[in-house]
Write a protein that binds this ligand. Structure first.
Ligand SMILES: Cc1ncc(COP(=O)(O)O)c(C=O)c1O
Length: 428
């Protein structure tokens, strides 16, 4: 049953949300607007003494404005709204369409906690970033899985992440009356798949048809290779009003330790995320937000130009990807060439004779293989079975995930280890 929410939007999925009844909603945005208009002595609401005032560049108490910190440092939400508004073809209000979070992790957590209710189903595409499933569960929902299935690579070519595709009929069959949301992660961790416009349009059409939300995890949005295009599902027809777009400074500016993330979306969805954020984290450290705001401002000015960090980063990582692919092939593994991210999955079936299987073991084979590889070869990777739901883990335990966002010395050391291993294997 569809109904109008307080913004006048005709949308059943959000108005159906009962679980925050009685919770404090973020009232700060209306206060901010009044403050902007009437300029009261606002520092009476905040601490004006201490180390912040004198020392920290970008600290909001220093500038006398700490009032928007709950939703994000003013300089950051402003530039995020400008930057992504342009890319999404959408005018974004920094106060109501942007929320800054502690990394994309908190952004995801807010999505599930805010918008998934007891009994709701959430569609997750396998392989998936492993926190989605527990986050759905913690929100009281049920995960429904659909797999990207590999088709054979073109003769003489290595398999690409683009060879992994959804079966349209299978995907359509996962949408039921209970479906609240689908999680889309493009470029995908761990596979590196960059969903095509056609694939996105198919997903978008299903979301519109079934009145379903989309949590679009786009943390690797700038890491796309071979001229591939990152499509933002929120920019497709009918999707802005039902999509939360998630980003991460950690992936965008290679600053994992800063732990700054963000969500972009319509106010009628973000207001529920603000409730979760306001009553858990409240606000994120200002220094990292200020630094990120400056980095985004610089990118805004050099967007698409050769000195853009985003342009340079993907060029550099594409070369590193190709280097690791060559090393793995020379060593006897079968890499799946990723179109995006800085991860790469490789098939190690050729090495199975080195580590015998233990059929009744609870531990997936890829996990045992990696433990053996660490001890005997000094190489580490992540088991791909960790990115599958329990019933499907065994079908993918011949794959491991490497990361190629590494110093040249590390890539060279990996190349040497793989070469040596291959020589030992062939008895040379
Ligand atoms: C697909 C995906 N989403 C979200 C995150 C979390 O990002 P952050 O480090 O900003 O919390 C990661 C981190 O590895 C990721 O791979």
């Amino acid at each position: 049953m569809h109904a109008l929410d307080s913004t006048g939007f005709h949308f059943s999925q959000v108005t159906g949300m009962q679980k925050f009844t009685g919770c404090v909603h973020a009232t700060t945005t209306s206060l901010h607007r009044q403050t902007d208009k009437h300029h009261p002595l606002e520092n009476l609401t905040s601490v004006e003494v201490g180390v912040d005032k004198n020392v920290k560049a970008g600290s909001s108490t220093k500038t006398g404005r700490n009032r928007q910190e709950c939703l994000g440092h003013p300089a950051l939400v402003t530039i995020l709204a400008r930057f992504f508004g342009k890319l999404l073809g959408q005018e974004l209000d920094p106060l109501t369409n942007v929320l800054v979070t502690v990394g994309a992790y908190e952004a995801l957590f807010c999505c599930f906690q805010a918008l998934v209710d007891e009994g709701d189903e959430v569609i997750i595409i396998e392989p998936f970033f492993d926190c989605y499933e527990p986050m759905v569960k913690m929100a009281g929902g049920t995960s429904v899985f659909v797999q990207l299935r590999p088709k054979a690579a073109e003769t003489g070519k290595l398999m690409s992440s683009g060879d992994w595709q959804l079966d349209p009929a299978e995907l359509a069959s996962r949408f039921t009356e209970r479906t609240k949301a689908i999680v889309l992660n493009s470029p995908n961790n761990p596979l590196g798949k960059v969903f095509t416009r056609e694939e996105m349009e198919f997903i978008a059409d299903l979301c519109v048809k079934h009145d379903v939300l989309c949590f679009s995890d786009e943390v690797y949005e700038w890491l796309v290779y071979d001229g591939k295009e990152h499509i933002r599902i929120a920019s497709l027809p009918g999707m802005w009003d039902r999509t939360i777009t998630i980003g991460s400074a950690g992936k965008t500016f290679s600053t994992t330790g800063w732990k700054v993330g963000w969500t972009l979306g319509p106010d009628h969805l973000l207001k529920h995320l603000r409730t979760v954020h306001q009553n858990s984290v409240y606000h994120c450290p200002t220094a990292a937000q200020e630094a990120l705001a400056q980095a985004f401002q610089r990118e805004f000015d050099s967007y698409g130009k050769p000195d853009s960090y985003f342009v340079q980063l993907s060029q550099e990582l594409q070369q590193k990807r190709d280097w690791l692919v060559r090393s793995l092939v020379a060593g006897g593994m079968k890499p799946i060439v990723p179109e995006g991210t800085y991860f790469l999955m490789a098939d190690f079936s050729e090495f199975k004779s080195e580590v015998p299987d233990v059929p009744d073991s609870d531990e997936p084979y890829d996990s045992r293989f990696i433990k053996w590889m660490i001890i005997n070869k000094g190489l580490v990777a992540i088991p791909v079975s960790a990115f599958y739901s329990t019933p499907h883990k065994r079908n993918f335990d011949h794959l491991i995930r490497f990361c190629f966002a590494k110093e040249e010395a590390t890539l060279k050391a990996a190349e040497d280890i793989l070469q040596q291993w291959s020589l030992e294997k062939t008895g040379q």
